[in-house]
Design a protein around this ligand. Structure first.
Ligand SMILES: Nc1ncnc2c1ncn2[C@@H]1O[C@H](COP(=O)(O)OP(=O)(O)OP(=O)(O)O)[C@@H](O)[C@H]1O
Length: 238
């Protein structure tokens, strides 16, 4: 691995740092090389849009950054911790404590209330129930859902469900928030509302966020826009 002092510093300081990520998949008799040495650094408090055509590798990059998949080569640093050599248990711990995920579909637990859904990751992490519920209630208030806390997901609108999912994603105060089309299944007005709530939360908590989106209007409101070109991360100048 390239270990210039600059990179060592970046790896120590930044919420997310990807260095030389490669990933290929089996395709017919050959391999499809999706990522060919992708580099990316996210700064604290920064919201970055990842905009690229379908099939360019956005989800692959997010899965690798979120420690859901391992790259073929390269290194993922979360809050300065190199994760390549970490075993599965350590990766699960880092994922649980330091990474928040928001998906296009919320994956809330249907039999639990909004409040319990947000409390769940904190309880799994070992927080006292009272403390977890208090913090969850605060986060839901932040997402303007104080009136909806006791509702189950089926009793909430799509935009409300997604705001619960966002509150849950940041419940453990992660270093980085990763989102794959977080507003993709919402109508434009609701998408903007949910996005605004998300931005407010990211700004307030100072974490870094990386969002894959096809919504150019939302992407342009983020701090930085990046794309994937031929397996590399490229900044979109604005
Ligand atoms: N597990 C896998 N096995 C084989 N091929 C895969 C696998 N995962 C992804 N691919 C292929 O890798 C390429 C990139 O996929 P990826 O899902 O990362 O793209 P994407 O940019 O997120 O696309 P979309 O915007 O359509 O979600 C695609 O050609 C896809 O078919």
């Amino acid at each position: 691995m390239d270990e210039t002092p600059h990179l060592r510093q970046a790896a120590m300081v930044y919420p997310l740092h990807l260095k030389g990520i490669t990933r290929s998949f089996k395709e017919g008799h050959g391999r499809l090389q999706v990522l060919k040495g992708a580099d990316l650094t996210l700064y604290p408090g920064q919201i970055v849009a990842l905009v690229a055509p379908s099939g360019a590798g956005k989800s692959t990059l997010l899965h690798i950054a979120g420690l859901l998949e391992r790259p073929d080569s390269g290194e993922v640093f979360i809050g300065g911790t190199p994760c390549g050599k970490a075993n599965d248990a350590e990766r699960t711990r880092i994922r649980r404590n330091d990474i928040g995920f928001v998906y296009q579909f919320h994956h809330l637990l249907p039999e639990f209330s909004a409040l319990e859904n947000v409390a769940m990751p904190q309880l799994i992490r070992g927080l006292e129930r009272k403390e977890a519920l208090e913090r969850s209630s605060q986060l839901l208030g932040y997402m303007r859902l104080q009136e909806r806390m006791d509702h189950r997901p089926a009793e909430l609108s799509g935009g409300e469900q997604q705001r619960v999912a966002i509150a849950r994603a940041v419940a453990n105060a992660p270093k980085v928030l990763l989102a794959d089309e977080p507003t993709g299944n919402l109508d434009p007005k609701t998408a903007t509302y949910v996005f605004d709530a998300l931005v407010a939360l990211v700004r307030a908590s100072g974490l870094a966020a990386l969002f894959a989106t096809h919504n150019m209007e939302l992407a342009e409101r983020m701090d930085r826009c990046i794309t994937l070109e031929d397996g590399h991360v490229v900044e979109i100048e604005r």
